[in-house]
Design a protein around this ligand. Structure first.
Ligand code: ATP
Ligand code: MG
Length: 428
């Protein structure tokens, strides 16, 4: 049996135990305080998240793995015309029917199985009508790495969709109106343009009638002299020439007008090999080029087979070549050349048409696409050729046409994007 410690040693031990007790009590109190703080922080974080979820102007929800709602913010439950309490514990199909639920659950299954965010847009019927949502769903993973449900955040884009639709409709209507206005302007322009040749032709014919009447009177009165007959015939000849010239000009105008006004969209699209087809087009233009003394060259890079609105593109090329023949060269111009090149570069068909003529004066360059702009009105130009070209390139092909401002002749650059109804690669 051991002897008890001496009295002063016992005091010492008692003090040490008391100190240790005090230290442990202090530590416990600190731990308790820290724990309380943690609980307060947690509660605050939770209420913060709850406040955000509650007041966010977007749909926020969470479901367990069985598809039952474990969170439904105000916006979510309001769209379902219920209170959050009525939503919790229920499944999608219990509230919006199996078809609409299937629409939503398509993304849900992928997000759960592949454990990733899935974003999609869908339209579903809700109690107050159809809504379109832009939604992201994501798996909820616990700290052991297990998926315990699914979260979803969705924005109601119905209003934006409706506005976009309205905007598109308004824009289409405006375009249509503009087209009609342009056509109206064109009709007015044609009427105005045709007025002159028709007026001149009418005057010439009326004058011819007067001469005929004079001749008839002279014959009836027996006063017709040989000199008088000769003069009358010469005058009749003049008025006939004037009439024919002007009626021809009127007919040309009407012909051009028909080309502008025709609904190009109804024209057929044909499968062609670009280079062979261009050779045919150029061959058909050869008589015109030969008559104008223009040497021509076609440079074509073979490319993919195309589905092409052949009539429309032929019209473009014909107008460009015709213009080169008519406008590019002064009578004394010796070496007259025209180069036509074409190649598919990436997703674009590039066509260039260049002559070595006098070029287009800078003050005219900005006006060449205007209807009725011509520098050869007296020779019968209607000024519709380049307007038609521009319309076809821009409206029909969705492409663009530019006048290269470089020196030496006129060079047109055309770009037509492949993949429109008017020109695309052939499949297969
Ligand atoms: N290759 C060219 N060289 C010089 N000028 C040109 C050339 N192509 C067009 N132009 C100018 O552009 C104008 C407009 O051409 P556009 O084809 O629209 O009308 P036009 O040829 O005068 O008449 P239309 O083609 O209707 O009979 C021409 O009058 C001419 O001044
Ligand atoms: Mg022309």
């Amino acid at each position: 049996m051991s002897a008890p410690p001496p009295p002063d040693r016992a005091d010492e031990l008692e003090n040490a135990v008391a100190d240790e007790n005090a230290r442990l009590r202090a530590e416990l109190a600190a731990l308790r305080r820290a724990r309380e703080q943690e609980t307060r922080d947690l509660a605050q974080a939770q209420s913060l998240l709850q406040a955000i979820a509650e007041h966010a102007p977007i749909v926020i929800y969470a479901k367990d793995t069985g598809g039952r709602f474990i969170l439904s913010n105000h916006r979510h439950s309001a769209l379902l015309a219920r209170s959050p309490h009525e939503v919790l514990g229920k499944r999608e199909q219990d509230m919006i029917g199996p078809e609409a639920a299937a629409e939503i659950d398509a993304g849900t299954a992928v997000a759960m199985h592949e454990r990733r965010i899935v974003t999609s847009e869908f339209t579903i019927p809700l109690p107050d009508g159809e809504h379109t949502f832009w939604e992201s769903v994501f798996p909820l993973i616990d700290r052991y790495g297990d998926c315990y449900g699914l979260g979803g955040v969705a924005t109601d884009v119905s209003e934006r969709k409706r506005l976009e639709f309205e905007q598109r409709r308004t824009r289409d209507a405006l375009l249509q109106r503009e087209k009609m206005a342009a056509l109206g302007g064109l009709v007015a322009g044609v009427a105005h343009e045709i007025n002159t040749p028709l007026g001149v032709a009418l005057t010439a014919v009326t004058h011819g009638q007067q001469i005929l009447k004079r001749l008839r009177d002279d014959v009836e009165h027996g006063t017709l002299t040989r000199g008088e007959l000769r003069r009358a015939l010469a005058e009749l000849d003049d008025s006939c020439v004037l009439t024919v010239d002007n009626l021809r000009r009127g007919a040309h105008l009407i012909q051009s007008f028909k080309k502008v006004a025709v609904d190009q969209s109804s024209e057929a699209v044909r499968r062609v090999a670009l280079c062979e087809w261009l050779q045919d087009v150029v061959a058909s233009l050869r008589p015109m080029l030969r008559a104008a003394g223009v040497e021509h060259e076609l440079r074509c890079t073979p490319g993919p087979a195309l589905e092409l609105a052949v009539g429309a593109l032929t019209q473009v090329l014909t107008n460009l070549v015709q213009n080169a023949c008519v406008h590019a060269f002064a009578p004394e111009h010796a070496e007259r050349r025209l180069l036509l090149s074409a190649a598919c570069v990436g997703e674009v068909l590039r066509i260039e048409c260049a002559d070595n003529g006098r070029g287009i004066a800078s003050e005219h360059a900005s006006r060449v696409f205007e209807p009725f702009f011509t520098t050869r009105r007296r020779e019968g130009g209607s000024g519709l050729g380049m307007h038609i070209v521009h319309n076809i390139v821009v409206e029909r092909f969705g492409g663009r046409i530019e006048l290269d401002p470089g020196p030496g002749g006129t060079r047109w650059k055309i770009e037509l994007p492949l993949g429109t109804a008017a020109i695309r690669r052939t499949e297969g």
